[in-house]
Design a protein around this ligand. Structure first.
Ligand code: FO1
Length: 316
C-alpha cells in the first residue's frame, strides 16, 4: 500500500501519475481538509474535490481546480442578487457541494460522503479526508490581530498580504481518520506530495499520531519538493515560506521534513543542492518533478515507487 499525504493541485497531478504507475487499488490519498469551509450554507472541500476531479479527468486543467466544461449561470444570477461571488462555484461543481451538504445534514460523515462521491466519479484508488472533525487553517496577516479564513486570505486577498502566522484551528482535539491511520501504519511507502508544506501538509501533520507514525517509518517516507529553483510550482508556497522565516528552496523543504522523511525528491534543475541535502540527513533523489503531463507524472511515480521495490504496472 502507498499512502500519499495530499494537498490540492500538486498532489492531484502526482496521484494521476501514480495510479498509472502502480495498481490503483494500492493507492490511498490522505487529504488535507484545513481549506474546507462553508459558503452559502454549503460545505466545500477544495482539496478533496480537486483530487476527485483530476483523477476522473473532470478537472479544469487551466485553473487546476473546479470542473472542466463548466458553466457559471448560478454565479451570474447570484451576482445580480448582490450575493457573494468572489469564491467562484461553477454550476457542475455546485452539485458536489449540494450533495455533500445534504448528506452531512442527514448525518453521514465526511469519509463516507467522500467514498460516495469517489464512486460516482469512478475513482479506483482510495481518497480519504484526514479527519471527520473540523480543522480550519487560519491565516494572520501583517498588522492585523484577527485570523482570516484560509479562502479569504487565499482567494479574496489573492494571498497578497504578508503572512505572520498560520494556525490549524481544531487540530488539537481532532482525531485522524482511523482508516487513514491504519493505512499509514501498514504502508509500504509514504509519499509527501509536492504540496504547500505550510498550508497543505502541515494541517495533516498537526493531527495527533501522524508525525509519530512517520518518525517510526522514516525509512519509507519520501517527500517531493514543491519548490523548484526557489519558486513554488503552483501557488504561494515560496512567498509564505519566506514570510515565515523559512528558506524558500529545496533546503527549506529539507529542514521542514528531515526528521520524519528519509528521501527528498528534487528537480533536476536543483541537483546542485544534493550535497547540502545529504548534510541535512536526507537522501536526495534527483528527478524530473515538473508534471507537465500525466505520463511525466507516471514516470516520476515509477522512479519514486522503485525506491521501495513496489510492483509496477508493465507498460509496453
Ligand atoms: N481558487 C481561486 O483562486 N478562486 C476561486 O474562485 C476558487 C473557487 C473554488 C471553488 C471550489 C473549489 O473546490 C476550489 C476553488 N478554488 C478557487 C481553489 C481553492 O481555493 C484553492 O486552490 C485550494 O483551497 C488550495 O489548495
Amino acid at each position: 500500500m502507498i499512502v500519499v499525504l495530499s494537498g490540492g493541485v500538486g498532489a492531484a497531478k502526482f496521484l494521476q501519475g501514480l495510479v498509472k504507475a502502480v495498481d490503483e487499488k494500492e493507492v490511498v490519498a490522505v487529504v488535507n481538509t484545513g481549506d474546507d469551509w462553508y459558503l452559502h450554507g454549503l460545505k466545500i472541500c477544495p482539496d478533496l474535490d480537486t483530487i476527485t476531479y483530476t483523477l476522473s479527468g473532470q478537472v479544469n486543467t487551466e485553473m487546476g481546480w473546479g470542473r472542466k466544461d463548466e458553466t457559471w449561470n448560478a454565479m451570474e444570477s447570484l451576482e445580480r442578487l448582490g450575493g457573494e461571488t468572489w469564491f467562484r462555484l461553477g454550476d457542475r461543481d455546485l452539485a458536489t457541494h449540494l450533495f455533500r451538504t445534504q448528506r452531512m445534514h442527514s448525518g453521514a460523515t465526511l469519509d463516507v460522503i467522500t467514498k460516495e462521491i469517489s464512486k460516482a466519479f469512478s475513482i479506483g484508488c482510495t481518497i480519504l479526508p484526514m479527519t471527520n472533525d473540523t480543522v480550519s487553517t487560519k491565516v494572520q496577516v501583517e498588522n492585523k490581530s484577527e485570523f482570516l479564513d484560509f479562502q479569504e486570505y487565499f482567494v479574496k486577498l489573492r494571498a497578497e498580504p504578508r503572512v505572520s502566522k498560520v494556525v490549524y484551528q481544531g487540530s488539537e482535539s481532532a482525531s485522524v481518520l482511523k482508516e487513514a491511520m491504519d493505512a499509514l501504519l501498514n504502508a509500504d511507502q509514504i509519499i509527501i506530495a509536492p504540496s504547500n508544506p505550510i498550508l497543505s501538509i502541515e494541517p495533516i501533520l498537526s493531527l495527533s499520531g501522524i508525525k509519530e507514525c512517520l518518525f517510526e517509518k522514516r525509512d519509507k517516507v519520501v517527500a517531493i519538493s514543491p519548490i523548484v529553483k526557489g519558486k513554488a510550482l503552483k501557488g504561494p508556497a515560496d512567498k509564505i515560506m519566506a514570510e515565515l522565516g523559512l528558506e524558500a528552496s529545496v533546503l527549506g523543504v529539507a529542514k521542514r521534513y528531515f526528521e520524519f522523511a528519509k528521501y527528498l525528491v528534487i528537480d533536476n534543475s536543483d541537483s546542485e543542492y544534493s550535497d547540502e541535502i545529504k548534510r541535512s540527513s536526507m537522501e536526495p533523489v534527483v528527478l524530473d518533478t515538473i508534471m507537465t503531463t500525466p505520463d511525466v507524472a507516471a514516470g516520476l511515480a515509477k522512479e519514486i515507487t522503485s525506491l521501495m521495490n513496489i510492483n509496477q504496472i508493465q507498460t509496453s
